[in-house]
Design a protein around this ligand. Structure first.
Ligand code: MN
Ligand code: MG
Length: 705
């Protein structure tokens, strides 16, 4: 707190009083530093500035109202069902389809409210375009807010990704009003036409919440009186927001010394009673976080199990984990104690998590009953659902989705086209064709650059933020994500010449994020043994053709691509005994020595079949940055990508063995030159067409070379 310095007298008010003023009289609390430092965007509806509120209209005892609380979360700027990396439609996500579900819910229920749970302004090329490339002018709302404004939202909160472009940008796109160091909060801009709330992030400068911690929205709802007649009743809905304290790590460069965070439970314990005291009939918590059974800590990312136990919360909107809750399928994702996947409750509190990217709409239906004095929730009538935009599958097993709301796309068409132009712009160039046609047999040409980018990123983060690991070597693994599973064209293949942003999606297919794990030399060997399951066991004495590649997925064939690490894979040996002569800096790897390995969230948290510690325990840094974005930044920084520097470092080769028969594998038709270009002299074409009808040739690898 900064009360030690000379401050306007209102700053000396206890936080709770100040927060109360924030709600009742926005400018009184946030505006002291110069003109209009309010926490709400200008368009936000604000209650009357003076306390004497009108007496509530009398509601007859026995009156009932059904309210559907709708949630979007983790939209990540996916307005369109469009993949800017593939330059193609993808109907499996996109707000234009969520909007169809919203329209349907509004027809279905007389009383609805719509909330957004954050991670809204970042995640697509369009987001980057409006933030970093051609910054959206102050006079225009961000495209995602523009379409949300058109739909009409009641309240939103901020996710961790709202901080990704810094506080100045956040201030602008929220409409202005942030009273925080380095930001001109007096500047008014176009923003969301609905209030934003966030209770657990404070401005260091003001000592107050960065934006309003909560709001009370008064809505007129249709209800049924005790006589069965339809009546209109006012309902005061308190809405409070929480985000992940991890923002201070993930966006340290923007936030350090400027904001501080508080645990969601601590914030809720402080503000929920205030909301109640101010007459909120029900309280909705927007938690940009999910469920995690770890013991509570004020910095945990997903404190939903604990937040749900704070008295006075009637509905919990969740997100951040990109999960679906409730999930009434055979294998629900959330099974912690206190979680009821059938009822859709967390410790008895109705709770929903609506996936991500607009793939689902969260819905909590509450039935409220009035006893003549106050509303209460009739818990026996609560219903919770995460409604998917996928409605089923067609006869061929292909997913079917709801149609897009045709009113959404035209609102942002100009910006959408500009983003497409942007992803086509070069970020650098390559002097070699980067492909995975022969990655299984030793070409590192499309993998090394991913490893280089990951290792660089993790090294820099450790140097700046994790000094306790600064003495450990940082290595990286990646895999050929596209290696022929779908056919002879299912390979990464980036041509010589300009590299555009969308090419990065070919080099890194999945929307993973970079994770760093700490493992020993012995664990590295085990990891590589697991990856070597990519190969069948070869019998050197067999005279018939032997297939080299197993059904173990190519995207799990993790490999190093650095001169520092060298090893052999002996495919004549059984699984688990194939890694030989594993060296680090030319000497046998020390089984006890610790290393940091850059990888992805998927491997770090669900890689226990590689080594047990890849169940999350080995993670030392769970970054919020996508591997693909890290790759893009790496290419941008270097401009010219060369085979010599970025595509020729082989860490592994097959242990030499003479086989009586052919060792064969399939790859794209007519691609032998890719092997030759990579310097793989032991590959030859055996058959131009493997007969599968999928564009594959059969190649032979001479293991004796
Ligand atoms: Mn998210
Ligand atoms: Mg998040």
């Amino acid at each position: 707190m900064n009360e030690a310095v000379a401050a306007p007298s209102w700053r000396l008010a206890p936080m709770s009083t100040c927060a109360a003023i924030l709600i009742a009289a926005l400018t009184a609390c946030g505006g002291g530093s110069g003109g209009g430092g309010i926490a709400f965007p200008p368009a936000a509806p604000a209650p009357a500035p003076n306390p004497p509120a009108p007496a509530p209209a009398p509601v007859a005892a026995g009156t009932r109202a059904t309210v559907a609380l709708l949630e979007t979360t983790d939209l990540h700027f996916n307005v369109r069902s469009y993949d800017y990396f593939k330059l193609a439609e993808d109907k499996s996500y996109g707000y234009e389809r969520t909007a169809t579900l919203i329209n349907a819910a509004r027809k279905e229920f007389a009383n609805t409210m719509l909330f957004d749970n954050g991670d809204t302004i970042q995640g697509t090329a369009l987001a980057d375009y409006e933030a970093l490339v051609s910054r959206i002018p102050c006079t225009q709302p961000l495209s995602i807010y523009k379409v949300m404004n058109a739909t009409g939202y009641d309240v939103g909160t901020l996710g961790n990704h709202e901080f990704n472009y810094g506080l100045d940008f956040l201030n602008q796109v929220l409409g202005g009003g942030l009273d925080v160091e380095g930001v001109d909060g007096t500047k008014k801009c176009a923003g969301p036409a609905f209030p934003m709330v966030l209770a657990n992030v404070q401005s260091v400068k003001s000592g107050k919440p960065l934006i309003a911690p909560y709001t009370i929205v008064t809505r007129q709802f249709t209800a049924t009186g005790p006589d069965g007649k339809t009546v209109t009743v006012p309902l005061k809905v308190g809405v409070i927001g929480f985000t992940t304290p991890g923002i201070l790590n993930w966006d340290k460069r923007f936030l350090e010394g400027k904001v501080r965070t508080e645990g969601a439970v601590e914030s809720a314990a402080k503000y929920v009673p205030e909301l109640r005291a101010k007459g909120a009939d029900i309280v909705v918590a927007l938690q940009h976080g999910g469920l995690d059974a770890s013991p509570y800590s004020p910095t945990m990312e997903s404190p939903g199990l604990y937040l749900s136990k704070v008295p006075g919360i009637d509905a919990l909107m969740m997100g951040h984990q990109h999960g679906t809750f409730p999930d009434r399928g055979a294998k629900p994702g959330y099974t912690q104690a206190g979680v009821d996947n059938t009822a859709g409750t967390v410790n008895g509190v109705p709770a929903v998590m609506a996936s991500s990217w607009g793939k689902a709409l969260g819905l909590i239906k509450l039935e409220l009953v009035h006893d003549g004095k106050a509303w209460s929730v009739d818990k026996s009538k609560t219903f919770v659902e995460a409604r998917s935009t996928q409605t089923g599958k067609d006869g061929a097993g292909k997913a079917i989705y709801v149609d897009a709301d045709p009113s959404v796309a035209p609102l942002i068409e100009t910006q959408h086209q500009a983003a497409i132009t942007y992803v086509k712009t070069p970020i650098g160039s390559t002097d070699f064709r980067m492909n995975t046609y022969f990655a299984d047999v030793g070409d590192p040409g499309a993998i090394q650059i991913v490893n280089q980018a990951q290792a660089d990123y993790v090294k820099a983060y450790i140097q700046g933020n994790l000094p306790q690991y600064a003495s450990l070597p940082v290595l990286s693994v990646s895999a050929p994500f596209k290696s022929g599973y779908e056919g002879g064209r299912d390979y990464t293949d980036v041509a010589v010449g300009n590299l555009a942003i969308f090419n990065a999606a070919d080099l890194y297919l999945y929307p993973n994020t970079v994770y760093a794990v700490k493992v020993t030399g012995a664990e590295i060997k085990s990891w590589l043994e697991a990856a070597a399951k990519r190969f069948r066991r070869i019998d050197p004495a067999a005279t018939a053709d032997q297939q080299l590649i197993s059904t173990f997925p190519g995207y799990n064939f993790d490999m190093f691509t650095t001169p520092d690490v060298q090893y052999e894979i002996d495919v004549t040996q059984a699984e688990g005994s194939r890694i030989k002569n594993l060296t680090y800096l030319g000497a046998a790897i020390d089984a006890a020595k610790e290393f940091v390995i850059a990888t992805n969230n998927y491997r770090a948290t669900s890689g226990a079949s590689f080594i047990p510690a890849l169940d999350g325990r080995a993670t030392i840094y769970a970054s919020p940055d996508a591997n693909r974005d890290v790759l893009i930044e790496y290419i941008k920084a270097r401009k010219t990508i060369t085979r010599t520097a970025n595509g020729a470092a082989r860490s592994w080769r097959f242990t030499r063995v003479t086989t009586a028969g052919n060792v064969v594998f399939t790859s794209g038709q007519g691609q032998l030159s890719a092997a030759t270009d990579a310097g793989l002299t032991n590959i030859s074409l055996l058959s131009a067409d493997d007969g599968s009808g999928k564009g594959r040739s059969v190649y032979k690898v001479d293991l004796s070379q």
